[in-house]
Design a protein around this ligand. Structure first.
Ligand SMILES: NC(=O)C1=CN([C@@H]2O[C@H](COP(=O)(O)OP(=O)(O)OC[C@H]3O[C@@H](n4cnc5c(N)ncnc54)[C@H](O)[C@@H]3O)[C@@H](O)[C@H]2O)C=CC1
Ligand SMILES: O=C(CO)COP(=O)(O)O
Length: 338
């Protein structure tokens, strides 16, 4: 990168892409690519994203465009905020326009369902030669955009690149730590969504707080086993991108993944839940990839397996929490309950 401040382009004007673009726009020239020209217009004229962050003011200097070639052509850094199942397709459309070897940072917390690939692997395939990394942590967008303090990990294979990118996004309210453990950070972000669905099941069914703590703790165990088997560091999985994000996604009423689990626990069919959301719940598609990755490595992931059984094999949610729900002991002799 040259001495002048690098120009950042964020791909994906959803809730999080818009939030991160609003942060970097405070530090350097930032362009946000959105699919809908009306949203680009609203950001440019009113500094608002009415579809994904209605009511929140964005940094006035943030510019947006719906023209992908224009968005990437002049960029020094690409930030990818397009959901995991669409990222490859969007990146493929940038190939002819993006400058060689600029770094690409993924914000995406999911695995590609068909290939089971991490997003930096997808970036490496579509944009070979570009340093690819990930920014991830306990970062509910609605809180970050309002200036509540939060922290995240920025992992790049090369520490110097991580440091120079860190300066573009770190603020006093959004603390960004560096790491070289791209695999660990990426796997943690993808897996925590699967486990938030499992916790949502319990909340929807009326399980207790102790039960929630048990499921979160055992989920961390599963997340760590797969993450380490794939080459991530245990310390990363116990850090912001792992335990931190697992906790917030499993307890926050803002979490879309937890909400999917919660509504399933309340008895709503999956198709109906997904149709009612205009936002992404990455854990739904990622569960399929996780189950296959675990099977390939011979790793037991009982909680992820239960989520898969409910989402993909029509197992009733009650079955998943069998033995974990409250049972009021009946009369010792006459009662019918066990
Ligand atoms: N919302 C949050 O609090 C956080 C989200 N993330 C991650 O950021 C990524 C993006 O999520 P959000 O910004 O929350 O998205 P969102 O759920 O707010 O919005 C959906 C996004 O998907 C895009 N999209 C929908 N269909 C598409 C298609 N066919 N082709 C291309 N793009 C399409 C929309 O244009 C929009 O940008 C996800 O991987 C998510 O896990 C990470 C940290 C926090
Ligand atoms: O990744 C997130 C918080 O760190 C957002 O989680 P959801 O996608 O479940 O809303």
């Amino acid at each position: 990168m040259s001495a002048r401040k690098p120009k950042v382009t964020v791909l994906g004007g959803g809730t999080w892409g818009t939030t991160v673009a609003s942060i970097t726009a405070r530090k350097t020239q930032t362009l946000l690519w959105v699919r809908d020209p009306d949203i680009a217009k609203a950001i440019n004229e009113n500094h608002r994203n009415p579809r994904y962050l209605a009511g929140f003011d964005l940094t006035a200097g943030l510019r947006a465009t719906a023209d992908l070639a224009e968005a990437v052509g002049d960029a020094d850094v690409l930030v990818a905020g397009v959901p995991s199942q669409y990222l490859r397709g969007v990146l493929e459309q940038t190939v002819a326009h993006v400058r060689p070897f600029i770094p690409v940072v993924s914000l995406v917390k999911g695995l590609e369902r068909g290939t089971r690939k991490r997003m930096t692997e997808v970036i490496g395939e579509v944009l070979p030669g570009h340093p690819a990394g990930v920014l991830s942590g306990p970062n509910i967008a609605h809180e970050v955009v309002q200036g509540y303090s939060a922290a995240a990990t920025l992992a790049m294979p090369d520490h110097r690149t991580a440091q120079s990118l860190q300066s573009l996004v770190h603020t006093s309210r959004y603390r960004v730590y560096t790491s070289e453990d791209v695999v660990g950070v990426e796997i943690a972000g993808a897996l925590k969504n699967v486990f938030a669905i499992a916790v949502g099941f319990g909340d929807g069914l009326g399980a207790g707080d102790n039960t929630r703590a048990m499921v979160i703790t055992r989920s961390l165990h599963e997340l760590t086993r797969l993450g380490v088997a794939m080459g991530g560091r245990a310390e990363t999985l116990a850090g912001l991108a792992g335990m931190g994000d697992l906790v917030v996604t499993c307890i926050s009423p803002h979490s879309r993944n937890r909400r999917v689990g919660f509504e399933l626990g309340r008895g709503k069919p999956l198709e109906e839940i997904l149709a009612s959301m205009h936002q992404v719940a990455e854990g739904v598609a990622t569960t399929t990839a996780v189950i296959r990755l675990a099977a390939e490595r011979g790793i037991e992931m009982p909680i992820a397996r239960e989520v898969d059984a409910v989402l993909n094999h029509r197992q009733p949610v009650e079955e998943t929490y069998r033995g974990l729900l409250r049972v009021t002991p009946g009369h010792e002799v006459d009662g019918e309950a066990w």
